[in-house]
Design a protein around this ligand. Structure first.
Ligand code: AMP
Ligand code: MG
Length: 403
């Protein structure tokens, strides 16, 4: 079978998924990382009244002498949370504190550092500016505008914005459910003693961690032996209980790589070989109504294929709009990297943020079993399909890693 180019595989992985449409209403306090099921329209202006950005005195600009000092009479005080009902008269000033509504008639805030108070009298030197320090109603959000579109994934400032509109609840897409399985006769759960030839199951933990970071409900189906019946039973159970089934291992071409065979029996495979490194063997398909992603067994390949191909697809299932992959161009620093093969390579890189000297370096050994290379990385350095070499100082394409 032909290897599918990475870019095509990514597009296909995204195009295959069907977004979840079930909606739930939840408390705003629980909404971080959730995806909006409806757009949010501002019911009011924020702020909903003109108010002062500074402590000082509210005055009428027309009362101020332009070239000499003006003396005004202080007729009251207005603090945040209260308001003054009367309109300010000629020659009058009001003591005002940050956040307080601007009294009618006022169009200038004289900050307290710029004026001298003497009892009820206020001396204002020349040089004030009309409208300065006044935060107008609607400065942040205008009544009636779309603040967030349907499909928006909520970040911390978004939660604050929605609170500022007065909403205590939001309508979001229900959480995505993903069932996770590790396969392999050698794979043992952390906590148990290792027998000869066995290794600990890092993949299921990496997969569950990246899923938790995405706000997904995880169904942990544990470790399955390399045996068709056990794999079929586990995957069917996953498909019956979740929207997505995610496996690690058993998708290559070895004698015990049985996951593909099982999917061919109980589901369908759309594509399974991608022209990328790490992560050539992987399987994308369906089991009944569930999506199936069979990731490779090597610990680096699991995370790389998850981040580069599966995560964007899951985000679309969660209700987000498909987003282009984020790429940047940076100078490469370090020993040359030579690539002889014709797959697109995603070398693990570390971006050092150093102003004009910002650059990317390799994290060291790029063996797909070296999970340390992934733990040190904050990015992938992209080496295009054609054989190539990158040297110190070359500009390279970099994909920042987002969890
Ligand atoms: P496979 O594709 O099943 O042949 O696995 C490829 C490599 O990844 C082998 O060296 C496996 O031992 C290793 N591997 C498979 N599953 C896991 C796992 N869950 N955790 C850590 N390493 C694994
Ligand atoms: Mg295996």
């Amino acid at each position: 079978m032909e290897l599918m180019p990475f870019t095509q595989a990514r597009e296909r992985a995204i195009a295959r998924v069907v977004p979840i449409c079930e909606v739930e209403t939840i408390a705003l306090t629980a909404a971080l990382g959730r995806v909006l099921a409806t757009s949010i329209i501002a019911p009011e202006n924020v702020p909903n009244h003109d108010n002062t950005a500074m402590d000082g005195y509210a005055v009428r600009f027309q009362d101020l002498e332009k070239t000499s000092e003006t003396t005004l009479r202080i007729v009251g005080v207005v603090q945040a949370g209260s308001r003054m009902d009367e309109t300010l008269g000629a020659g009058e000033a009001v003591r005002i504190l940050t956040g307080a509504p601007i009294p009618d008639g006022c169009d200038c805030i004289v900050i307290q550092e710029n004026a001298t108070r003497d009892g009820d009298l206020l001396h204002v030197p020349a040089g004030e500016v009309q409208n300065r320090w006044i935060r107008r109603a609607g400065l942040d959000i205008t009544k009636g505008c779309e603040v967030f579109a349907k499909g928006h994934l909520l970040t911390p400032p978004d939660i604050g914005m929605i609170a500022s509109l007065g909403h205590a609840q939001v309508q979001v897409v229900r959480r995505l459910r993903v069932a996770v399985v590790s396969t392999g006769n050698e794979v043992t759960a952390p906590g148990a003693a290792l027998e000869a030839g066995q290794i600990y199951d890092s993949n299921r933990h990496s997969m569950m961690a990246v899923l938790h970071a995405l706000g997904v409900d995880v169904v942990d189906l544990g470790i399955i032996r390399d045996d068709k019946t056990s794999i079929a039973t586990a995957l069917q159970k996953g498909a019956d209980s979740a929207d997505v089934v995610l496996t690690s291992g058993g998708v290559s071409e070895g004698d015990y790589d049985l996951v593909k065979d099982v999917i061919n029996d109980i589901g369908t495979i759309d594509f399974w070989k991608v022209r990328m490194k790490p992560g050539k063997p992987q399987a994308h398909g369906t089991i009944g109504k569930a999506m199936f992603f069979g990731l490779p067994g090597n610990p680096v390949s699991v995370l790389a294929t998850f981040l580069l191909l599966v995560r964007p697809a899951l985000l679309v299932m969660m209700g987000c709009k498909p987003a282009p992959q984020k790429r940047m161009t940076l100078p490469y620093k370090g020993a040359p990297i030579t690539k002889g093969h014709d797959r697109m390579e995603f070398a693990r890189g570390t971006i050092t943020f150093a102003g004009a000297d910002t650059h990317v370096a390799s994290t060291g050994s790029q063996n797909s079993g070296v999970l340390t290379s992934m733990a040190k990385a904050n990015s992938f350095i992209v080496l295009d399909e054609a054989p190539c070499e990158i040297r110190d100082g070359d500009l390279v394409t970099v994909i920042p890693i987002e969890y």
